[in-house]
Every structure is written in structure tokens, then in C-alpha cells.
Design a binder for this molecule. Structure first.
Ligand SMILES: Nc1ncnc2c1ncn2[C@@H]1O[C@H](COP(=O)(O)OP(=O)(O)OP(=O)(O)O)[C@@H](O)[C@H]1O
Ligand SMILES: [Mg+2]
Length: 509
């Protein structure tokens, strides 16, 4: 039999009660190769890989290592076969340092800090990581935490690395750094599996792509011989149009005007610097910028979640008088019709209760707002049904615990809930993180629909191609300042790139 595979899955089936998460799947992982695992939200990717990580046992089928049948009954077994998995949610201990986390659970007869540091340094040098072993996890960025997780499995001698959506929460720059490291590992003859929804990443990085659809295996293709369109069609099962419709709304009216808004963080560092702009009802205003240029502070200060030191935020509701939002509480602002759908790094941490189903989570939102704008019109059940159908949430019922839904489906609930609250200003940051292509387009269409209904949409995105296709205008932030506002129908990527790196797009003197 073919034993060119480091690990082979043969005819694997995994059920959760009624749900068949994986049906008769056969896939092989080769050394010296990066394999992308592709499929829509809920298609069974995480479940399949969790069986290699020792988290679930298959109901049927076989796993082989170098051609020999093996049984993986625990994460310990998984390590023994050289498998290391980096999960969608990180599992580090916050109060420990990088080095402490890396050796956690290893019984090496006491921790020798010096020796650990030397070995960690070796791994860093070999693959191009850059970390401070003495840094505490609570002081780390997401990207640093991810680095620690990867070094941790390498430290344990992993030869087969599985990364579940590692780029979902990384900036484009961090993603490029990670890819360089993964290429080094491939050249070191490791077998690598990466799960990602971003087709440009699949095409850029992997050698082969395996596609799942609704729990079944569709096939594996060589990356060099395929295209984004072909992969999408394989994933979805029918032809999908990959373009965003951008109608123009003739009836635009002033909705939100920021005048000279300045904000400081708790260390008195200026985060927003004299920001002035208007967003109209009936348009999508994109916000672009290098990570940390003030995007988060901008949306949060409008939502009342970040203190405004100077300036005003004038809100003109569709009916009624102009209000200054500065000084109002987040609840008052939300009630006035300004909604923030911010997709956080920790999806379950953000106002969703894992043990409750979709309906319960809808009610939660309305209770918290003392019966907000939408609850009068639609019951939570109806809302849950709307999100379930319109965003095609994969779940057996609206009562199924959110915690057990796949990562992307949890996110649909989060974004859908804000859109469904019928705001007159909809602010959204990274709403398609972790969403498959089809659903990403469904979210873009929903935002456009909102805009055509007269809503002012403020959209913080990281993909310039999408911003240029979806938005009417794009505001570029640079170091907390408005670097420029461009017409998205005529602007170019280069022009925006220049505005991102220097205010006004001019070289610094
Ligand atoms: N512990 C569990 N209990 C019940 N059902 C589960 C459990 N884990 C996963 N499922 C179900 O199995 C199916 C596949 O889920 P899985 O998490 O593998 O999808 P995925 O392809 O990783 O999706 P995503 O891209 O959204 O992360 C889903 O319908 C999910 O609800
Ligand atoms: Mg998943």
C-alpha cells in the first residue's frame, strides 16, 4: 500500500447525534508539503483535524502513520505520533511567560530555564520566529500568542503541523511572516495542513488543496493547476459568481458628522487626532489603514465605548433632531439607532452565551437594551429564523447551543444579530473574519441592502480589493489622523497604500 503519507485518514466517519460531521473521508498528508483544507462553514474541517489531535475518536475508519494503522485516543497519543495542532481558540495560560507555556505539562524533572530558553532560541533561529521567552501571555498580541502555540508544538517534536484558521485574526503583514515560517518548515520536510477561508492565501501558500462539502470529501487538486473560481465551485457544488454588486443610492442624507475628534488612551497616547468627516445615510464608507491606526478607537468612540477628549459627533437620525453622541452612554447610543457589529478575536467572549441557542442569544440582546428597536417588530424566534435562513447558518435548530456550532457559524449569528436590529448607522469591523466565501458575499450583500435602505454603513476592512469593490468612499487612517478620503469607484490600491503610510500620501520630509 501507498505509504508516501506521513499520516493517512481512511474512510473516516464522525457523527454528533444526528449530525454527520464527516462522512467516509480519505485524505493523506505528505512530508515536505503544505496542504490546504478548504470548505464552507460547518463542512467538517475542524472535526476532521480534531481526530488527528486526539480530541475526538472516529466512529468509523482508520488512521495510519507511515502506512501503519494507529489509534489516537488522546492529545498525548497525538503528540507521540508527532502531530501538533494549533486550534481556532488559543489555549495558553495568561499569567505564565512564553517559556513556561511552551514547557507546560512536560515532565522533565523540573524546569531548567536556561536549557528551555536555549532550545526555544534554536527553534526560533531555525524557522524565523521572533519572541521574547520571558514575556507574559497577557502582554502579548494575538500574533505573538499564536507564535507561542506553534513553538510549543515544535518544542514537543511535532513533524506534522495542523493550523486551524491561523490567519483569521492576523494583519496582512503578520500573515506574510507566518507564511515565511511555514515555508521554512515545509523545506525542513514537515507535513503541514492549513485551514483558511481566504482563497488568495490558499493559492499563494499551498502545494495541494483538499476540499470538503457538507461533511463529505470532494477531492484534492494541485494548487498550480486550479483557480479561485474552480475551488469555489468545488466547495459550494455549483457555479458561484465572485463579484460584488455596487448600486448607487441617489438619496443620500447627512447622518453622522465627526468634527475635530481627538482621543487618548489610558497612557495619554493620542489615538485619534483631530478627526473630521461625514458619513451619509445611503452610502458605505470604508475605513482603511495599517493595523492599529485608530480604526478600533474610531468605531468605539462613536459607539460610546471610548472616551472622546475633544470634538463632537453629530448624529442626524432619519426622524428627529440632531444629537451630539459625545457624553451619551453606549446603551443610549444603541437605542438611538447606532449599532456596532465588531467581530472580536474571541467570538464567544463577545456577548454570546455558549450554552444557549440562537434564539436565547437574540433575547439576550433585547433584554440588555431594555427592549431595543427591533424587538417590538419581531420576536427573538423570528429573528433567529431570519439569520438561520438568510445567512444559511449550519445548525440542527435555533435551540442548538452556540458553543457547539462551527466557528464561522457562530460569527454569522454575531453579525446577523446587529444587522437585524435595523440600525440607522451600522458600524462593522472585520465582519467576514472566519467566514467562507459564500457567506462573506452574503454579508456584503446585506450591507449593500442596508445602504440602499438609507442606512449609513461604516465598514472597517483589511482586504483592499474588497473595500474597493464594495464601498462608495474610503477613508484612510494613518497614525490616528484622516490621511485622505477617496472615491472607491476610481481610487487605486497604490493610492490607498500611500495614504496608509503617510498622511495625505506625501513622503515625510
Ligand atoms: N461537539 C459537537 N457537538 C455537536 N455538533 C458538533 C460538535 N462539533 C462540531 N459539530 C457539528 O459538526 C459540523 C462540522 O463542524 P466543524 O466545526 O468541523 O466545521 P468547520 O468546517 O470547521 O467550520 P468553520 O469553517 O465554520 O470553522 C457542524 O454542523 C457542527 O455544528
Ligand atoms: Mg472550524
Amino acid at each position: 500500500m501507498d505509504s508516501c503519507y506521513a499520516i493517512e485518514l481512511r474512510n473516516i466517519t464522525k457523527r454528533f447525534g444526528e449530525v454527520v460531521a464527516n462522512r467516509d473521508i480519505s485524505i493523506g498528508l505528505k512530508r515536505g508539503q503544505i496542504l490546504s483544507l478548504l470548505g464552507e462553514n460547518g463542512s467538517g474541517k475542524t472535526t476532521l483535524m480534531n481526530m488527528l489531535a486526539g480530541i475526538y475518536l472516529p466512529d468509523e475508519g482508520q488512521i495510519l502513520a507511515d502506512g501503519e494503522p494507529i489509534s489516537i485516543r488522546s492529545p498525548k497519543d497525538s503528540f507521540r505520533y508527532g502531530i501538533g495542532m494549533i486550534h481556532q481558540h488559543y489555549k495558553l495560560v495568561d499569567v505564565f511567560t512564553a517559556a513556561q507555556n511552551i514547557v507546560l505539562g512536560l515532565n522533565e524533572g523540573g524546569l531548567n530555564i536556561k536549557e528551555t530558553n536555549t532550545r526555544v532560541q534554536e527553534i526560533c533561529d531555525r524557522y524565523g520566529f521572533d519572541i521574547d521567552p520571558a514575556k507574559k501571555v497577557y502582554d502579548m498580541s494575538v500574533s505573538e500568542k499564536q507564535t507561542v502555540e506553534i513553538i510549543k508544538v515544535l518544542y514537543r517534536g511535532a513533524e506534522i503541523l495542523i493550523l486551524d484558521e491561523p490567519t483569521a485574526v492576523l494583519t496582512p503583514q503578520e500573515t506574510q511572516k507566518l507564511f515565511a515560517i511555514l515555508r521554512n518548515m515545509r523545506d525542513d520536510n514537515k507535513a503541514i495542513v492549513i485551514i483558511t477561508h481566504k482563497l488568495n492565501e490558499v493559492l499563494e501558500l499551498s502545494d495541494e488543496v483538499a476540499v470538503l462539502r457538507k461533511g463529505t470529501y470532494i477531492g484534492t487538486v494541485k494548487t498550480a493547476e486550479t483557480t479561485a473560481q474552480a475551488l469555489t465551485d468545488m466547495m459550494v457544488g455549483h457555479a458561484v459568481a465572485l463579484n460584488i454588486d455596487r448600486p448607487f443610492n441617489q438619496n443620500q442624507t447627512e447622518r453622522l458628522t465627526l468634527k475635530n475628534v481627538t482621543c487618548y488612551d489610558h497612557e495619554q497616547v493620542k489615538k485619534l487626532d483631530n478627526v473630521t468627516f461625514t458619513v451619509n445615510g445611503g452610502e458605505i464608507l470604508g475605513v482603511a489603514g495599517i493595523a492599529g491606526s485608530g480604526q478600533k478607537e474610531l468605531l468605539e468612540s462613536i459607539a460610546g465605548l471610548y472616551p472622546v477628549a475633544e470634538g463632537s459627533i453629530e448624529y442626524t437620525p432619519p426622524e428627529g433632531d440632531v444629537k451630539n453622541l459625545v457624553g451619551m452612554s453606549p446603551t443610549q447610543i444603541h437605542k438611538a439607532g447606532v449599532a456596532l457589529a465588531f467581530v472580536p478575536e474571541d467570538r464567544l467572549g463577545m456577548g454570546l452565551v455558549g450554552s444557549m441557542g440562537m434564539t436565547g442569544n437574540m433575547m439576550l440582546r433585547s433584554w440588555k437594551n431594555g427592549f431595543g428597536p427591533f424587538v417590538d417588530r419581531k420576536g427573538p424566534q423570528e429573528l433567529a429564523n431570519f439569520i438561520w435562513n438568510d445567512l444559511e447558518v449550519v445548525t440542527p435548530s435555533t435551540e442548538f447551543p452556540v458553543r457547539r456550532m462551527s466557528g464561522g457559524n457562530v460569527q454569522k449569528v454575531l453579525v446577523g444579530r446587529e444587522i437585524a436590529s435595523h440600525p440607522s448607522v451600522l458600524m462593522s469591523a472585520y465582519p467576514v473574519r472566519g467566514l467562507d466565501i459564500n457567506t462573506s458575499y452574503a454579508i456584503y450583500n446585506l450591507m449593500t441592502e442596508q445602504k440602499m435602505n438609507g442606512v449609513a454603513v461604516l465598514f472597517v476592512g483589511e482586504d483592499l480589493d474588497v473595500l474597493l469593490e464594495l464601498c462608495d468612499r474610503i477613508l484612510v487612517l494613518c497614525g490616528g489622523k484622516v490621511s485622505g478620503i477617496v472615491d472607491a469607484r476610481t481610487a487605486t490600491k497604490d493610492q490607498i497604500g500611500l495614504l496608509m503610510t503617510s498622511v495625505g500620501g506625501k513622503e515625510e520630509a
